[in-house]
Design a protein around this ligand. Structure first.
Ligand code: C5P
Length: 292
């Protein structure tokens, strides 16, 4: 009998993020190179005899019931495969800053699907799990296996590309939190001054050239922020560059800003400096695809 399942839910970064159109259902089509990092939430699924599905985390205001994506993932897996627990307590130790554009919720959902598939020996393939994940949210499919991926459609059309050269990363979270639906609505009213050079990044990734990747990091959602927020993000980016980063950008719909570094020592020092200045600042590293 399975008594406890443990899984790490890794955060995602958008190396670049472009909006390419709007679909009939109101969703936006995106073009983004996504990358996972070793920073992750710790998920523990404990099957129970009764009580349905229930989640609890170290962040008081996160939903515990059906609004929690980990709970929805458990229910969806059971519905679609007939496998997995009927009742479970899902413990989430949140390490990924919440409302940061780092896929914190999506990756918890993806981790639940991945863990149940493995522990209950269901044998779904990566693609099958990704399709199931798409029913939970647009970023969930990427979070199933992570690594380096070109995401299109509403985020669920994934093309595996060469892995990005592994490098140190510093993630900083400004004091405001972003609402994904609000930023998607705000972006409709904008005309972009510039767009990411996605093809250039793809070529730089193939060449394994971190400098050329970092030089092109770019997220159109930075345009959709209100003035004071936009200022906070640009100041944090400049600060990271001053501290030795190769490039910096906001991730997803924000508000987290992250930077790529060449050397771990420089990145660790930068993270420490920003922490001492009162910022939420985390040192982490990029990582390759997870085996399903
Ligand atoms: O798919 P997900 O639940 O993560 O999306 C949250 C919200 O973000 C959607 O309700 C929609 O307003 C917006 N969104 C969008 N286009 C996407 C992804 C999300 O408009 N590609």
């Amino acid at each position: 009998m399975i008594t406890e399942i443990r899984e790490t839910a890794f955060a995602k970064l958008n190396i670049c993020l472009d909006i390419t159109g709007k679909m009939d259902d109101g969703y936006h089509s995106v073009k983004s190179i996504m990358q996972s990092v070793t920073l992750g939430d710790q998920i523990t699924i404990i099957p129970k005899d009764s009580g349905g599905y229930f989640a609890k985390s170290n962040i008081k205001y996160l939903p515990t019931g059906e609004k929690n994506i980990a709970v929805r993932a458990c229910r969806l897996f059971k519905q679609e495969t007939g496998e997995g627990p009927d009742n479970a307590f899902i413990k989430i130790v949140k390490r990924i800053p919440v409302c940061g554009g780092l896929g914190g919720g999506s990756t918890d959902g993806a981790a639940v699907l991945r863990a149940l598939n493995r522990e209950y020996r269901v044998g779904l393939t990566r693609t099958e799990l990704e399709a199931m994940g798409a029913k939970l949210g647009s970023d969930v499919p990427f979070c199933i296996a992570g690594g380096t991926v070109l995401a299109e459609g509403r985020g669920e059309v994934l093309t595996r590309i060469d892995p990005m050269p592994n490098c140190p990363v510093v993630i900083c979270k400004p004091e405001f939190s972003s609402s994904t639906p609000e930023l998607f609505a705000a972006i409709d009213k904008l005309k972009f001054r510039a767009r990411p050079d996605t093809e250039g990044i793809l070529a730089a990734i193939s060449a394994g050239d971190l400098k050329e990747i970092a030089r092109r990091m770019f997220n159109v959602f930075e345009y959709a922020l209100a003035n004071n927020r936009s200022l906070m993000v640009s100041e944090l980016k400049s600060r990271l560059l001053d501290l030795g980063a190769l490039g910096a950008a906001m991730s997803g719909t924000g508000s987290a800003v992250y930077a790529l570094f060449y050397e771990a020592e420089t990145a660790k020092k930068a993270a420490m400096t920003l922490k001492n200045e009162g910022h939420v600042s985390i040192y982490t590293q990029t990582m390759n695809e997870i085996e399903i």
